[in-house]
Design a protein. Structure first.
Length: 328
């Protein structure tokens, strides 16, 4: 039996195929998907937060690096991670998608399985979206709305002199996983899993907001870019100790075998969706003994602005080599 494409079943057939199991927090929904717009409610005493992110075939993924399911999961994770970086809780998600007419309908179905699983795990309602054709590959844009207690959203611009600089998790694992996929090395399954199915650090975002974090950013484009964004937004200089950056045992092993410094994956890779930020020394005491957080530097009073990397006793300006969508 020949597998059906999108053109075989049509737009409304495709919508019917994927429109099930969409609501995971009904207490926020007044009108769900299926109308001209969804209506959701926000509890008293909360601000709303909104963000959007796009995945484009050939730029963010190929059939070599991700399955349809992986694309759906990662579209959600990248958006939800922006909520974590604000200390917010994601509650609603809408998707705009452009698909080539010859794409198999099963690809879209499996993609939405990944979307539903991620939304279910993080209790985010799928509120609808839009669907159209594409002449240049698959393009999917997700928009997430979240809530945060009023006037408590954590910005990039709050870093203060003397603050501790921290990261969660093991930055660089995703880049190591991508390297393994591109080199057809299936041995490092943990790294590959981190690339295909990253975990937005929503719980950490809430804990850090409640602990008093002065700034937060999610590691979507590598530590070098994210920490420079904090320094620039806050008007401060930051010193990072290269030897303090937590690298997983698997990344260390693979880096040795591949002849690559795994710290380069952490500094310049991205798509880890861990958190990096700053917090006062006093407030860091509240979280420092929890597994999964590491002090890696300090906000300094060094003249000039920027980020400086300490390695082997020397300080040098940390160049930004994180992912840039428009770099050739």
């Amino acid at each position: 039996m020949t597998e059906k494409t999108i053109s075989d079943i049509g737009e409304f057939g495709l919508i019917k195929l994927i429109s099930h199991d969409l609501i995971y927090r009904p207490e926020f929904v007044k009108i769900g998907p299926g109308d001209d717009g969804a209506v959701y409610s926000v509890p008293d005493g909360f601000d709303q937060v909104i963000s959007t992110d796009t995945m484009v075939e050939g730029i963010h993924f190929t059939s070599v690096t991700m399955s349809a399911y992986d694309v759906g999961w990662k579209l959600c994770a990248s958006n939800f991670s922006d909520m974590a970086a604000m200390g917010a809780d994601p509650i609603g998600f809408v998707i705009s998608a452009a698909f080539p007419e010859k794409l198999y309908a099963s690809w879209v179905e499996h993609c939405y399985e990944g979307i539903r699983d991620c939304c279910k795990e993080y209790r985010v309602n799928l509120l609808g979206g839009d669907m159209t054709g594409s002449v240049s590959g698959i393009i999917m844009t997700g928009t997430v709305v979240g809530i945060v207690p009023k006037d408590t959203a954590v910005r990039r611009s709050g870093a203060r002199r003397g603050d501790v600089v921290f990261v969660t998790g093991h930055p660089g694992d995703s880049a190591g996983g991508l390297y393994a996929l591109l080199h057809e090395n299936k041995e490092y399954s943990g790294l590959i899993e981190k690339h295909k199915h990253p975990r937005p650090q929503i719980e950490w975002g809430t804990l850090l907001r409640e602990a008093g974090a002065s700034s937060l950013n999610d590691i979507s484009d590598g530590i070098s870019r994210e920490v420079n964004e904090i320094a620039e937004a806050s008007g401060v200089s930051i010193k990072i100790d290269k030897s303090s950056i937590p690298v997983s045992a698997e990344a260390l092993e693979y880096g040795r075998k591949a002849g690559i410094d795994p710290l380069s994956w952490a500094l310049d890779g991205g798509e880890d969706y861990e958190l990096i930020g700053t917090i006062s020394k006093e407030d860091f005491e509240k979280v420092k003994n929890r597994p999964g957080i590491k002090e890696i530097g300090v906000v300094t009073d060094k003249p000039g602005k920027g980020v400086f990397l300490k390695q082997e006793g020397h300080l040098e300006l940390l160049e930004v080599h994180g992912y840039d969508h428009f770099e050739k």
